[in-house]
Ligand binder design. Structure first.
Ligand code: ADP
Ligand code: MG
Length: 646
């Protein structure tokens, strides 16, 4: 509930739209009740063959004469009381009290009947049939207006819920971009995908249910019950006798539905996960003929969702009969009680007074109509309750995710660096990904500006981890990574990452043109600069070979290119960024030997003020390096560098 109210609070940013929607709701409810109320003049005039003015005037006259008789009764009782003995007083006093009550009621009847008399005289035809025609026309007009307002209300509410959905989608997307890797992985790509699509849709459903129905429908019920209560509040209360039972059942059902909505969402995460994993690894799935296995896995996951959804559908379906029963119960109680009163011309039932004067048939018809009219929104309320539950379950998943804080805390007042930094340094760095296995232990390493450093070592030694810390994808548990003595923690992330151009073994290209992919990160680069970078990366040649040249679209993740070509484009992107520190993490692993040599030649001339960090397994690369370090078991040690010494 806490999170859903947060979603509603978010929605309150569209105050004016919500206010307009609520105004529409209110008018719809009022018009709905007005239409029911309009039954009265129709029945009254048809049954009695009199105009409303005559009917109302007769009421006033009758009430006035009743008032006079009650006054006389009170005066008589007063006289008797003056002389009565103590034992005779109580019955006289209670009779006097009753008469006083009748006086108040009659005065009220006279008051409002006199109020509407001028209105009747001004607006209503004096002839009965014309009255019916006029009222019918008003009802048709009111219904049209009501529908117009209902449509407007729906559009306004959809606007609010879709705005919130869009806002939440953007916020989740931003969260995904901002979170550190472990927090991102806790949700995973499938988690973010499911939340941005499915869960957010469910939240929108909840918001629509709230502003579209959770206020409108009860409002309609309240208006109808008010009309009923205006005719007889005691009879209305009697009709509501079975309401507490239905309310209790609904509350119970509600809890079940919410729990199930939650489970459906949870299950949907599971099948999103399988789906994305298989689509991403489609080649492997097909190459190893694992289609059957994956089909079964997917079938199982969707089967679970189906079962849960069936239970949810069952409970949702149950809510409809319960509200319907409440409506019918209300109506039937009202019917029995009021029929009894009408048939026996009584004013009380089981000694409980129900009305002051026996009901006129026209009035009792309107009373029934008001109850029937209240039953309709009651029925619709079950759908609203389902929507609300869905929205609550969705918000319980979404909002905690939005509250996740990245483990990489940005300093409140980031320090700045001189534009020409002198060195980067790892000082007593300990790091572990999972808290148990030490990926780096007591690492001390200094790389001077302009130095070319080669990192060698076996797989899993900790080379990439070193780079992860330098780019501040993670913070070390112990020690510090520093640029010119300033800890990365005291710099803004963008300052750190502006200094670095990173190319890893996993090339990541966007399904856009080659030009777009090389320019990514430096939109201001001219075409000449792009070509220069591509030449440096030995990419220009093959790009020129394509019919569309730099305008060639590379396909999802660059699938239309070979591994080596992709790497060269990634390299060109990094060269174009022209950052102070260029990091190549096995970035030339798929490039043919000849091209690699050419790239390395180019790198040896790579600006003398640029730091170059290369992770490599190739001997040839070592000749480029001023310094070589070996990373193994998380330990870094400098190796004697023969190539350079020679
Ligand atoms: P390499 O020297 O081959 O680049 P890495 O630095 O990638 O090795 O990995 C060093 C160690 O850290 C390995 O034992 C690896 O299992 C572990 N490791 C790497 N990345 C993660 C991760 N995201 N979560 C947990 N452990 C990791
Ligand atoms: Mg690695």
């Amino acid at each position: 509930m806490k999170y859903f109210s947060q979603a509603l609070k978010d929605a309150s940013r569209h105050k004016m739209v919500i206010a307009a929607a609520m105004a529409c709701s209110l008018s719809v409810a009022a018009l709905w009740t007005l239409n029911i109320g309009a039954l009265f003049p129709i029945i009254q005039t048809t049954l009695n063959g009199q105009s409303l003015q005559t009917w109302n005037q007769q009421r006033i006259d009758r009430a006035t004469s009743e008032l006079a008789s009650y006054d006389a009764e009170v005066a008589g009782l007063d006289r008797q009381l003056a002389t009565a003995k103590a034992a005779e007083r109580p019955p006289l006093e209670s009779a006097r009290e009753k008469a006083e009550r009748q006086i108040t009621n009659t005065k009220f009847t006279i008051w409002w009947a006199s109020k509407i008399q001028p209105l009747f005289e001004r607006w209503m035809p004096s002839e009965p049939f014309s009255t019916v025609v006029l009222v019918v026309c008003v009802v048709v007009g009111a219904t049209a207006l009501k529908q117009l307002l209902a449509v407007t209300n729906q559009l306004l509410v959809s606007y609010v819920s879709q705005s919130i959905a869009r806002d939440v989608r953007s916020r989740i997307f931003n969260k995904a971009l901002a979170l550190d890797r472990p927090k991102f992985n806790s949700q995973g790509i499938s988690g973010f995908t499911a939340h941005i699509t499915h869960t957010t849709d469910m939240l929108a459903q909840g918001i629509t249910a709230f502003y579209g129905g959770a206020i409108t429908e009860p409002l309609r019920i309240v208006f109808c019950l008010m009309l009923a209560a205006f005719i007889s509040w005691r009879l209305t209360l009697a009709s509501l006798l079975c309401a507490p039972l239905a309310a209790f059942l609904m509350l119970h059902l509600n809890r079940r539905i919410r729990a199930l909505s939650y489970r459906v969402l949870d299950r949907s995460l599971g099948f999103h996960h399988i789906m994305l994993e298989v689509f991403n690894g489609l080649h492997t799935v097909q190459a190893y003929s694992m289609e059957d296995f994956e089909r079964k896995r997917f079938h199982q996951a969707t089967g679970q969702i189906k079962r849960t959804a069936m239970w949810a559908a069952f409970y949702n379906a149950l809510s409809s009969p319960i509200t319907e029963l409440l409506g019918m119960g209300m109506l039937c109680t009202g019917l029995c009680v009021s029929s009894y009163l009408v048939i026996f011309r009584a004013t009380s039932i089981f000694g409980i007074p129900m009305t002051n004067t026996p009901f006129e048939p026209a009035i009792i018809t309107v009373f029934f109509a008001a109850l029937i009219a209240a039953a309709d929104p009651l029925r619709k309320l079950s759908g609203v309750i389902t929507g609300l539950n869905t929205g609550m379950a969705a918000s319980n998943l979404l909002y905690p995710m939005l509250d996740l804080q990245s483990g990489l805390v940005e300093p409140a007042t980031p320090k700045s660096l001189p534009s020409d930094h002198k060195q980067v340094e790892f000082r007593n760095v300990d790091f572990s990904y999972d808290g148990s296995h030490q990926a780096l232990a007591q690492v001390n390493l200094t790389v001077k500006r302009g130095e070319h450093l080669a990192i060698v070592g076996p797989n899993g030694g900790g080379k990439s981890t070193l780079i992860n810390l330098l780019c501040r994808f993670y913070d070390p548990q112990q020690g510090d990574v520093l640029i010119d003595g300033v800890s990365l923690r005291d710099l803004s992330l963008s300052t750190v990452r502006q200094k670095i151009a990173l190319v890893t073994q996993q090339t990541e290209l966007f399904n856009e043109t080659i030009l777009h992919n090389i320019r990514y990160g430096r939109w201001d680069a001219t075409e000449a600069e792009v070509i220069a970078a591509a030449e440096l990366a030995r990419a220009h040649e093959f790009i020129s070979g394509f019919a569309d040249g730099y305008q060639t679209v590379v396909g999802p993740n660059g699938q239309r290119l070979s591994g080596g070509q992709r790497q060269r484009i990634s390299l060109a992107r990094a060269f174009l960024k022209n950052a102070d520190i260029l990091i190549l993490d096995e970035a030339t692993s798929q490039i043919d030997v000849e091209s690699e040599r050419l790239i390395h030649d180019a790198l040896s001339d790579y600006g003398s003020d640029k730091t170059l960090i290369m992770i490599t397994h190739r001997e040839s690369t070592l000749s480029l390096a001023d310094k070589v370090v070996r990373v193994e078991y998380g330990k870094v040690e400098q190796v004697l560098h023969e190539a350079k010494a020679a």
